[in-house]
Design a protein around this ligand. Structure first.
Ligand code: PLP
Length: 376
């Protein structure tokens, strides 16, 4: 079976983890600091705080924003539920904004309507979560131009898009109009650390707060051997040195990884160029995608049958993601959501994930595309 994604471990990765095992620092040591520095350089941002995974990264941002309970946490439904759960953990109300049916990315017209509604209801908006679905960039400057009118911060969910480049030439994480950018190092992501996450930011005060909350909001008392003060309900969301060393070793190969994914995506594009019953989900003009997932859109009536048939043919097709606002957890919390995000619903109803990872060969891509074309 060709899987839809697979991490790539090299001897250098094994060596990096072994060095940590022998160093005496399993957590809170130099590997974490070194990984944070390297991420800051890749993301062209002054501050990085690593943490235990992408979900805890988003939760740390939600906590550090410190908006009142019930404040709106606005997010598209065409994402993994973690983007939404993080706000709920902090007592915010999930509010779903529609997405473009061709890309699953946030729809600014729909957002403008929600922001007006929030103003009419005198609701506080904690943040808008901009998800770079599939590794394709949200247009951050257009989003920031809109949000500036309402003084609402942007949280960028870049679990899929580390290494992508926005239309203005800035690396994901590099735009200081974003309050914080969340990364994930889950094995199926570009950089696999086992589990792991990070926040990238430009605002020192905010990033200091995130860092404080990551480790029980604890300040050591200078001049005492082990006394400390805790001034908020914080968390243990730290990344271990073992995970950091693995992540850092992988990060050293990021350009190679991105290049391979982009080359394979070009083969997919070429192979699918004349197929009437299928649309490939593409990044917008002028941006460089990180190509996390290879998403295509098909007739929703045939979607599950096509996934099953691809699997029967040895191709690990998958689906990312079922529309989040239709999950029972949210429909019980906020009934009547079906039909409220037609663009996102159309996207999610027709999406199929095809294999894309660095070790995949162009020949295997052609096998995938030919199989799907025959099925169509
Ligand atoms: C869009 C998105 N956001 C957040 C996350 C959460 O990341 P993690 O699995 O590291 O907690 C994921 C993970 O798949 C994701 O796809």
């Amino acid at each position: 079976m060709i899987p839809y994604g697979r991490h790539d471990l090299r001897p250098a990765d094994h060596q990096a983890v072994l060095e940590v095992l022998e160093s005496g620092w399993l957590t809170g040591g130099p590997a974490v600091q070194a990984f944070e520095q390297d991420l800051a350089s890749v993301c062209a941002a002054p501050r990085v705080v690593t943490c235990s995974n992408g979900t805890t990264a988003l939760h740390l941002v939600a906590e550090a924003i410190d908006a009142p309970p019930g404040a709106w946490w606005i997010c598209t439904p065409s994402t993994f539920v973690a983007s939404i759960q993080a706000g709920i953990y902090s007592g915010y109300r999930p509010v779903f904004v529609d997405a473009d049916p061709e890309t699953g990315l946030i729809c600014l017209e729909s957002l403008a309507g929600l922001l007006e509604a929030a103003r009419d209801h005198e609701a506080v908006v904690a943040a808008v979560v901009a998800v770079d679905l599939n590794g394709h960039c949200v247009s951050i400057n257009d989003l920031a131009d809109l949000l500036d009118l309402y003084a609402v911060p942007i949280v960028r969910d870049a679990a899929h898009s580390l290494g992508a480049v926005d239309a203005d030439g800035l690396a994901v994480g590099g735009n200081d109009r974003v309050l914080a950018t969340a990364l994930s190092f889950h094995p199926v992501k570009l950089i696999a650390a086992g589990e792991g996450g990070a926040l990238v930011g430009h605002d020192d005060e905010f990033m200091d707060r995130v860092k404080h909350l990551r480790s029980h909001a604890m300040t050591r008392q200078p001049g005492t051997p082990s006394d400390y003060r805790v001034d908020a309900v914080g968390f243990n969301y730290r990344l271990s040195d073992l995970h950091a060393a693995l992540g850092r070793s992988q990060l050293a190969r990021i350009e190679d990884k991105l290049e391979k994914r982009r080359a394979l995506a070009a083969v997919y594009q070429e192979e699918f160029s004349a197929v009437a019953d299928l649309r490939m989900v593409l990044p917008s003009e002028g941006t460089l995608s990180a190509w996390h997932l290879m998403s295509v859109l098909v007739d929703p009536e045939r979607r599950w049958d096509l996934i099953a048939a691809l699997r029967d043919a040895g191709i690990g097709a998958a689906h990312h993601y079922p529309a989040a606002h239709l999950q029972p957890v949210y429909s019980e919390l906020l009934p009547g959501l079906e039909g409220t995000c037609p663009g996102a619903e159309a996207y999610c109803a027709s999406q199929i994930t095809l294999p894309l990872f660095e070790q995949l060969t162009p020949q295997e891509v052609k096998r995938v595309t030919q199989t799907l074309k025959n099925l169509l």
